[in-house]
Ligand binder design. Structure first.
Ligand code: CMP
Length: 143
């Protein structure tokens, strides 16, 4: 079964949106198999966002993602990588489709509430950065 890495960013945590965001994935039928609140180190942030190194927004991105706690999640289910991206909406909340997470809660590309892996390959890489194998659980969920 497919897994993806999702992360409620510091703005989502500070604004008290964690429960509502998790609810969307639970209600859709997706299963949470890993979940933790954490403060990311600069080193981990630079690794996670390595593909953006050198871009003009990279420093702001790392500063922001390390500025407060995040909620890191591994979510499992059918086509979850692409479906979670659809549920999140476009990276820029101003361009996100109505009803998506980013359109519902945000207006700023830097403070866009949530991160989600953009491919299965990224998901596997990102899950390994934030979770040890033993932190992921296996259980049955009735859809
Ligand atoms: P995320 O999906 O976490 O992946 C990279 C992040 O860079 C993206 O969400 C945005 O929050 C952030 N970012 C900041 N500025 C920009 C920008 N100008 N273009 C794209 N992404 C940006």
């Amino acid at each position: 079964m497919e897994r993806t890495y999702l992360m409620v960013k510091p703005d989502g945590v500070q604004r008290g949106l964690v429960g509502q965001i998790i609810s969307r994935f639970e209600q859709r039928g997706y299963k949470i198999v890993g979940l933790k609140m954490m403060q990311i180190s600069r080193e981990t942030a630079e690794k996670h966002y390595g593909e953006h190194a050198g871009k003009p927004f990279f420093n702001d991105l790392v500063n922001f993602i390390t500025s407060g706690p995040v909620v890191a999640m591994v979510v499992e289910g059918k086509d979850v990588v692409s479906t979670a991206r659809e549920m999140m909406g476009a990276t820029n909340p101003l361009k996100a489709a109505p009803g998506t997470i980013r359109a519902t809660y945000g207006v700023d590309v830097g403070r866009n509430i949530i991160h989600g892996s953009d491919s299965l390959e990224s998901a596997n890489r990102e899950i390994a950065i934030f979770f040890r194998p033993e932190e992921l659980v296996d259980y049955e969920r009735a859809i």
